[in-house]
Write a protein that binds this ligand. Structure first.
Ligand code: SF4
Length: 570
């Protein structure tokens, strides 16, 4: 994976190079009279591999009356932040849209605004500043750690909210837009809400107050099954996915894995229509490859038809994530035929107890059998993803994971003989981060000292095995993610203090009179949570029931026809 940092001192030359490499199907309306810029708070290469960012950029331009450019994090921001298309400074636009996909990008939002001399908080910006908004998965998972920065936030999917939003922005000033926007489902005006915290208990929320005329909760809006579809409007070799045109196969997931936030906030599952996918495949340029994306692409009932169509059209494809229990002879043949050499499998844990706790209960024998089948098909490299630091994890659970990997490695080497070459088997471990809107949202993030010990235990037991690579994801980055993932408006104060004073989050929290551990703690089951400001569809009651089933090691079946249990399908 290449990181295309815009480290050049001459950002204009770099952006010229990027633009030359782009293939785009975007049509900008010449008579658009409002100017917007879509900002991704990370580098160009990361942004251009983000389908949500590209989709929002496309939809804004489709409005007809708003012309939208793109901007990114710049290494050299001494002359401000400029858009890639017109090289205008952000502060000169009517609207600035931020696309939020990763909690750890939050400090970059502050760098970008500071480079443009824009006050960091919405309340400190007068009418001369553009309307500054944010959307994207993180905005509607838990907006609170960044909410005071934005004038307005989109709670839900762009296809569903933008049409109503576009209707109210024509011929209105910033304040009129904010007032009218409050009446639209899926729009959150953070300044209209006051979060009152307990004076005696740190980071415990007592009450959420709202101004009259604003809704008590912001209802998430999601696209209906006909409009929930997207594919990359631009492809480039400088994207982290290099020349891959991402094509959405499905949105949402029916499996209910209890750690997965995307699995809950994108409910219900909406499969893309085959005709839309086929059209997107047919329109690929000769340099581009199709990248089928979705939370569980192999779950889609059309996936074999889609892969076959791609092969028949002579367009190679890749797959973003593979549910290994969906792999069979037929789809493995298609995957092999397109030339995929590496398959990535999210296994999470080898522990039979914890598999039930997270509701991903697939037996280790089945996992090993799938690995054997993959190798026998001639797909030589396998990447395995695991979590550690899961709630209730004991030494025995880690041992089960270690034993599973050892068995898989043995099978991997054995089965590879048929290919006359041994590829690469990689096991990556990431710490479990409790996320808002999941059944495990009440759990704590594991203590860093314990996590380090567990990481050492895993590497010590696995590192000397031949033909196996072991990676442990950085623990400090996971800690930062955990701090923000269930953060509040107090987290926002800490974020800004940390940025202004160039100090770490831990020190910033201490200087503000908090213990950082109060932000990664176990939350009370009856506690008011910062993200309770959102009506996500899935109810808190259902999540709590699921949580209790999880901690009692009980599994729950996936979505089924006629089911109404979680609150999303009414
Ligand atoms: S109500 Fe049932 S079918 Fe609908 S999203 Fe929730 S769990 Fe799935």
């Amino acid at each position: 994976m290449t990181r295309n940092r815009n480290s050049s001192n001459n950002i204009h030359k770099l952006y010229d190079l990027y633009l030359e490499s782009e293939r785009s199907r975007l049509i900008k309306h010449a008579d658009a009279y409002l100017k917007a810029v879509m900002v991704f708070p990370n580098y160009y290469g990361v942004a251009m591999s983000n389908l949500g960012f590209l989709r929002a950029y496309e939809l804004i331009n489709e409005s007809g009356f708003i012309s939208c450019d793109r901007a990114f994090l710049q290494d050299d921001a001494s002359k401000g932040i400029i858009s890639i298309e017109t090289r205008q400074r952000l502060a000169s636009y009517d609207f600035i849209f931020f696309s939020l996909s990763y909690e750890n990008d939050f400090p970059n939002i502050l760098s970008i605004l500071t480079a443009e001399k824009i006050p960091l908080l919405s309340k400190d910006r007068g009418k001369s500043f553009p309307l500054i908004m944010a959307g994207g998965v993180i905005a509607f998972l838990n907006p609170e750690p960044v909410a005071p920065i934005f004038d307005l936030m989109f709670i839900g999917e762009a296809e569903a909210i933008f049409p109503d939003f576009f209707k109210i922005v024509e011929n209105k000033n910033k304040y009129e837009i904010l007032e009218t926007a409050a009446k639209i489902d899926g729009i959150y005006v953070p300044s209209a809400y006051n979060f009152i915290f307990d004076k005696k208990r740190p980071n415990v929320l007592n009450k959420i107050e709202h101004l009259s005329g604003f809704p008590k909760k912001i209802r998430r809006k999601c696209a209906d099954k006909d409009s929930a579809f997207s594919s990359s409007v631009i492809t480039t070799k400088f994207s982290e996915l290099s020349n891959i045109n991402m094509i959405e196969i499905e949105r949402g997931c029916k499996r209910g894995c209890r750690f997965c936030s995307a699995g809950f906030i994108y409910l219900p599952l909406r499969e893309s229509k085959s005709c839309n996918v086929f059209k997107a495949i047919e329109s690929l340029s000769e340099n581009d490859k199709a990248g089928f994306v979705g939370l569980g692409t192999m779950d889609s009932k059309n996936i074999n038809k889609i892969m076959q169509f791609s092969l028949d059209s002579k367009k190679p494809f890749s797959l973003s994530s593979i549910r290994f229990d969906c792999l069979d002879e037929n789809n493995l043949d298609l995957i092999k035929e397109t030339g995929i050499k590496t398959v990535t499998l999210g296994i999470e844990t080898g522990s039979s107890r914890l598999k039930k706790m997270i509701n991903k209960d697939i037996g280790n024998d089945e996992i090993t059998a799938v690995l054997k089948n993959i190798i026998k098909k001639g797909i030589v490299n396998i990447k395995l993803y695991f979590m550690f630091g899961l709630p209730y994890e004991e030494r025995e659970d880690l041992d089960e994971t270690i034993n599973l990997i050892k068995t898989m490695r043995k099978e991997f080497v054995e089965s590879s003989k048929i290919n006359k070459r041994i590829g690469l088997l990689t096991a990556s471990f990431g710490p479990f981060v409790p996320k808002a809107w999941t059944p495990l949202q009440w759990e704590n993030f594991e203590d860093l000292t314990v996590l380090r010990r567990k990481a050492d235990y895993l590497t010590d037991n696995l590192k000397r095995l031949p033909n196996l690579n072991v990676n442990i994801n950085p623990l400090n980055a996971a800690f930062t993610e955990a701090f923000f993932a269930r953060g509040s408006r107090i987290s926002n104060e800490i974020l800004i203090y940390s940025f202004m004073n160039k100090t770490g989050l831990k020190n910033a929290a201490a200087d503000k009179g908090y213990d950082i551990n109060d932000f990664i703690r176990k939350f009370g089951e009856d506690e008011l949570l910062p993200w309770d400001i959102i009506d996500q569809g899935v109810t808190k009651k259902y999540l709590l029931e699921e949580y209790l089933r999880g901690v009692n090691f009980k599994t729950t079946p996936q979505c089924f026809e006629g089911c109404k249990r979680c609150g999303v399908c009414r």
